[in-house]
Design a protein around this ligand. Structure first.
Ligand code: BG6
Length: 379
């Protein structure tokens, strides 16, 4: 491409022939990329989650209905992504099962190339990506199409490589995400995928109401004393070397996401685990005072995850409970309303805020963590 002041000309790299570029307008305005008075983009984008969720609930039904129809018609469905997008893809496996009793298969995008044997004509691959440029996702969908699969994509950057490659693209409508860490686009992916599950179950209105409830609860969580409580927790654990996060069912992907947020922005070694895995090795790592964050929503995982929490407590762990009700075992309790499946969207926020405060306490730039890129476009 030949770019000059005020113009750009496109050439075919093989033939040198000039091409007529396809012009697409991205519905983002310049002001949306500014800090708008926030201290950094991570804070801004965490606080943009309620508005993002409300926008999705109000304007995504058409896209979501189409995605639900594709999922319902497909011979088999694979949901893939990297990093935070991968955690949203894993969450979708639980949400579609629980809300629509529909089976999809999760795969980390970089591993999907080793599972392509299952992909055939009639398969649908749903690729999640904020940037639409992550090379592992692009490679995965190219290989899947080569085996006859249809490609659906849930993407924030409209016009990106993945957006243009997909047979069906669903916009995240989260606006520009400048912080390297995905926060509002994680919430947006969960919302789109949850709405898709409700549409598949022919309960689209219920889905929209759930998303709006989640937006309201996040707004309350960020405005009130719970955010100060999380800051105090960060203060207490900022010098610890490890943080363990446990969750079961739909809270398992949230445990992975919480740990990723903490480690990528504060460089504290944080690991997320399925609650049932504690006794298969993790518990050997628990020492007196080891901080362990427990995601304990009021759902079918509640009693078992608390039983696991008591196991680590008995070994001296410091428990941080994220749940609707307090528990005698919790050293700290971050209260989160019981919103049914939509609790998963809210449960991501404590980890975002905890990671943020840990980064500040440890003197790191929350917007530009070391060694990380906003989009990994090379292998
Ligand atoms: C990583 C980012 O590089 O890429 C993560 O640091 C992100 O925040 C991951 O989740 C995947 O990026 P994308 O654009 O495909 O969602």
């Amino acid at each position: 491409m030949l770019v000059t002041r005020g113009s750009g000309r496109l050439f075919d790299v093989e033939t040198g022939c000039e091409l007529a570029p396809e012009i697409a307008e991205i519905p983002w305005d310049r002001a949306a990329t500014e800090l708008a008075g926030y201290p950094d983009y991570m804070t801004k984008e965490i606080h943009e989650q309620p508005a993002t969720l409300r926008r999705i609930a109000a304007t995504s039904r058409h896209h979501v209905r189409q995605l639900a129809a594709l999922i319902g018609q497909a011979r088999d469905v694979f949901v893939i992504g990297c990093g935070t997008a991968g955690h949203a893809a894993l969450a979708e496996q639980y949400l579609l099962a629980r809300i629509a009793e529909h089976r999809v298969t999760f795969a980390t995008a970089s591993e999907f190339q080793y599972l392509q044997d299952f992909v055939t004509r009639g398969s649908l691959v749903v690729a999640l990506s904020q940037s639409g440029e992550t090379i592992d996702v692009i490679d995965a969908v190219r290989a899947a199409r080569g085996r006859g699969a249809s490609i659906a994509a849930v993407v924030n950057v409209e016009g990106s490589t993945l957006w243009r490659f997909a047979d069906h693209a669903v916009p995240l409508m989260a606006g520009p995400e400048r912080c390297v860490l995905s926060t509002k686009t994680f919430a947006a992916k969960l919302a789109i995928l949850m709405l898709t599950a409700y549409e598949l179950a022919r309960q689209g209105d219920v889905g929209c109401a759930c998303i709006i409830n989640a937006a309201d609860e996040i707004e309350r969580l960020l405005a009130g004393d719970r955010r100060d409580l999380i800051r105090r927790i960060a203060d207490e654990i900022s010098t610890r070397d490890h943080l363990f996060v446990i969750g079961r069912g739909p809270s398992y992907p949230l445990a992975l996401e919480t740990a990723l947020k903490v480690k990528e922005v504060s460089y504290v070694h944080a690991e997320g685990f399925a609650g049932g895995e504690l006794k298969h090795g993790v518990i050997a790592l628990i020492e007196p005072g080891t901080p362990c964050l427990v995601l304990a929503p009021r759902d079918e995982t509640h009693d078992d995850i608390l039983a696991g929490a008591m196991q680590v407590k008995a070994r001296g762990a410091m428990l941080i409970g994220v749940s609707p009700e307090p528990h005698e075992a919790f050293d700290y309790h971050i209260a989160v309303a019981d919103l049914g499946p939509a609790t998963a969207i809210v449960n991501a926020v404590p980890g975002q805020v905890l990671g943020y405060y840990l980064a500040l306490l440890r003197g790191h730039d929350p917007d530009k963590p070391r060694n990380l890129a906003k989009s990994v476009t090379v292998k």
